[in-house]
Design a binder for this molecule. Structure first.
Ligand SMILES: Cc1ncc(COP(=O)(O)O)c(C=O)c1O
Length: 389
């Protein structure tokens, strides 16, 4: 039963049925399979005439609880949970596309998603055309008769650009495409792409949903008939989330709203501080008035998120120097952790791209990405200040 429409309440009160032990908090159901009353019960369950757990690759009470929460938070009909965010991304395309299909995607997508488009999908004759996020008026010209999916992330990683989800929804509807949005940076608390016309929403639960840098996870929610295809594909190919991770992540969702509120409050303060620094050329944070897509961000996001991109004057060397001087902030590949994390994309995640290719996705040589954590914000600002000087 739906406990409430209010985000915080459903995050806490959506729970699997209580067992005979009367536990208050949902226990961990570490079981590979489930038992049946008799042969007829087993037949009917396998024939999907009954909604029962059969095997934890298909479903499990912990994964169901986690998925139910995300489904309600995103205003979706149905969902399925995966071992990682990338398993969710790959399985979505794997389930819905056929050889010969075409994808139109924003150029700024997560690195491994870009590898799927450029290295692996062409093996199955699935091709991708990229649009520049600053030239959304060119999207329609890329659509071909075999285009099936329009794909984007917003805010983007690592340049923190914003795409107008309402506009993407209108284009997808006009051309009868499926709109698939990776909503990882925003979380279901800050942004609900389905409201703007998305058919499917993907999350890497590894980021703010876990929020404490412990487990990996992914989830897809959206239209029931599409999720059914993704579920059938996944139940046979095996990328499902473990019950343990689902248990951890479902508990994490109970505190998502309060955590993300504080992440955003801290991030805005750090972004405002960065704007006052003479050796910072620009700061990109969705809820700063100076952000090029500030109005769009305000329209579709509740708060600005926890990731800031900014440029240190002096190129690659100065960007690296800034990272080396940090004492509190961690140098790590993750984001959305309680601990503030800084990265320098030009010398790490995007070092294999040419400078021109990096610039196409907004990565200048001195660009630093900060995932602002939950430490006292004065300490975060002090660390950034001493790193810059
Ligand atoms: C936007 C985005 N999508 C997907 C992923 C992949 O998630 P995972 O690492 O859980 O596979 C990431 C990871 O950083 C991401 O930032």
């Amino acid at each position: 039963m739906k406990p409430s429409d209010k985000f915080e309440t459903l995050a806490i009160r959506t729970q699997t049925e209580r067992s005979q032990f009367g536990e208050h908090s949902t226990p961990l159901y570490l079981t590979s399979s489930f038992v049946f009353d008799d042969a007829e019960d087993m037949r009917a369950s396998f024939a999907e005439e009954k909604e029962k757990n059969l095997y934890s690759r298909f479903s499990n009470p912990n994964t169901t609880e986690f998925v139910d929460k995300i489904t309600q938070m995103e205003g979706a009909e149905s969902g399925y949970a995966f071992a990682t965010g990338m398993a969710a991304v790959f399985s979505t395309f794997g389930a819905l596309l056929n050889a010969g299909d075409h994808i139109v995607s924003a150029r700024s997508v997560f690195g491994s998603t870009h590898s799927l488009f450029t290295k692996y999908f062409p093996k199955w004759n699935i091709t991708t055309s990229y649009f520049d996020i600053k030239k959304v008026d060119q999207i329609e010209a890329l659509i071909q008769p075999n285009t099936k999916i329009l794909y984007a992330e917003s805010p983007t990683n690592p340049a923190v650009d914003i795409l107008d989800l309402e506009l993407l929804g209108q284009i997808a509807k006009k051309h009868n495409l499926l709109l698939v949005i990776d909503n990882c940076f925003a979380t279901p608390y800050l942004q609900n792409p389905i409201k703007f016309g998305a058919d499917l929403v993907i999350h890497s639960a590894t980021k703010l949903i876990d929020g404490q840098g412990r487990v990996l996870g992914g989830v897809v929610v959206g239209k029931a008939e599409l999720v059914k295809e993704i579920y059938l594909f996944s139940r046979n190919t095996g990328p499902s989330m473990s019950p343990f991770n689902a248990w951890v992540l479902s508990k994490s969702l109970e505190t998502l709203a309060v955590r993300v509120d504080r992440h955003c409050e801290n991030a805005l303060k750090v972004a405002i501080f960065l704007e006052t620094q003479s050796n910072v050329t620009f700061v990109k944070y969705p809820f700063l008035k100076s952000h090029p897509q500030y109005e769009v961000a305000k329209k579709q996001m509740k708060l600005g998120g926890n990731v800031i991109a900014f440029e240190v004057k002096g190129g690659i060397d100065k960007g690296r120097e800034f990272l080396n001087k940090l004492k509190l902030c961690s140098l790590s590949a993750n984001l959305g952790d309680t601990r503030t994390i800084a990265t320098h994309p030009a010398s790490t995640t995007h070092s294999k791209l040419s400078e021109a290719e990096r610039l196409e996705v907004g990565i200048t040589d001195g660009l630093v990405r900060i995932s602002v954590g939950l430490e006292n914000v004065e300490d975060i600002i002090e660390d950034v200040r001493q790193g810059l000087n």
